[in-house]
Design a protein around this ligand. Structure first.
Ligand code: UD1
Length: 350
């Protein structure tokens, strides 16, 4: 059944891919985004390029409002225009290093923005929410694979991670206080890849912080080599191991979460990991990307990056059991799709 879905941060990387899957599933989509981390519309009141392309991919239309969640009145105005069934809340600042330098900006945007959203939703009586959380809430994993029962908020090393943890806590408390709330917390592992069309993808500002966008810019010639942050971890090849998940699988996770939230017996706030359960090392990723782009990716081993851990891998059994969701796209497809996007859009959306 098609729902009216309001997506905050819908013009971004995860957002645009999620909106594609929502439109394909016949939902009506309203995107709000301040475009602080997404290319803006070239004409005054047009759509951001990522959303233009979402419409091209799906042959369907969506509605867009450029606004910040810090602007409470603008948010009230949007909610008063539509009969929203469920909100998918993705809008947030997400650069770990920057969050250490600008903690107030991160707490204001991510926490005050979320509080505004929750307050306005309460006021208008929209109490169904899917929240973009992160494996970062597990801190340094105490056991692997990390399942949803793993302690959260212990050893979170940066303000970005803290904001995800605090937002989860706020939502859990809200669901305890008011039984009408239905909340799904989706804990993403490492999203990579792009839509197979090559029309949308990750378009980082400045130097990419994350591994795959960095490799991809080396492959296209924008950067000379990849810096591998340490090869002395206790992992099979000494480099960091992560659970990379194709962004289209991740997007589909939001789609199934909507179905879950509207099941009559669903209550409270419930967390699900979205990963693959498979660990990939930095060197394995570089090799797979070399294969996908048909050229050697130069790299140098450098020192460890502060705050990194050896291995983070998800247990995805709960999502499989309760959401009937499982990632199906493997490492080669992650690299091939990332490369197609990068090759067709060497400078991203600009
Ligand atoms: C990071 C964030 C996490 C966030 C996630 C997705 C940290 C500690 N964690 O995860 O909170 O949710 O991004 O945005 O920053 N690597 C290199 N060279 C590079 C970049 C990365 O060797 O240029 C290595 C890292 O050491 C790590 C792996 O690649 O072993 C993945 O790094 P990255 O893509 O930054 O993701 P995470 O650190 O896992």
């Amino acid at each position: 059944m098609g729902r009216v879905v309001l997506v905050t941060g819908g013009a971004g990387y995860v957002g645009s891919h999620t909106v594609v899957e929502l439109l394909k599933a016949d939902h009506t989509v309203i995107v709000v985004d301040n475009c602080v981390n997404a290319a803006k519309a070239t004409e005054g009141d047009g759509l951001p390029p990522a959303l233009e392309r979402v419409q091209k991919i799906t042959g369907k239309t969506l509605t867009f409002h450029e606004l910040s969640l810090l602007n409470r009145q603008a948010l009230v105005n949007v909610f008063s225009k539509y009969k929203v069934d469920v909100v998918i809340h993705l809008a947030a600042l997400k650069a770990v290093g920057e969050s250490v330098e600008k903690p107030l900006a991160y707490y204001a945007n991510n926490i005050t923005g979320t509080l505004n959203l929750l307050e306005v939703m309460s006021e208008v009586g929209v109490k169904s929410l899917i929240f973009s959380s992160s494996a970062t809430v597990y801190g340094v994993p105490q056991y692997l694979p990390a399942d949803e029962k793993h302690p959260t908020g212990v050893g979170v090393t940066n303000p970005y991670g803290q904001t995800k943890y605090v937002c989860e806590q706020i939502m859990k408390d809200l669901a305890i206080a008011d039984k009408d709330w239905r909340i799904v917390l989706l804990r993403y592992f490492n999203p990579v890849g792009s839509h197979e069309s090559g029309l949308i993808g990750e378009d980082p500002n400045g130097i990419p912080n994350n591994l795959v966008p960095y490799i991809s810019q080396v492959a296209i010639g924008r950067r000379p080599h990849v810096n591998v942050f340490g090869n002395d971890y206790s992992t099979p090849d000494g480099t960091g191991v992560r659970d990379y998940i194709h962004v289209v699988d991740l997007a589909l996770g939001h789609e199934v979460a909507i179905a879950k939230i509207f099941q009559p017996d669903f209550t409270g706030a419930k967390a699900y990991n979205l990963g693959t359960g498979m660990g990939i090392s930095v060197l394995e990723m570089i090799n797979a990307f070399s294969k996908a782009c048909g050229k050697e990716i130069p790299y140098k081993i450098v020192g460890r990056r502060e705050g990194d851990v050896a291995t983070v891998v998800a247990s995805c059994a709960l999502a499989e059991k309760e959401l009937n969701w499982k990632a199906t796209r493997g490492l080669d497809q992650m690299c091939e799709d990332t490369w197609r996007w990068q090759r067709l859009n060497p400078n991203g959306f600009s």
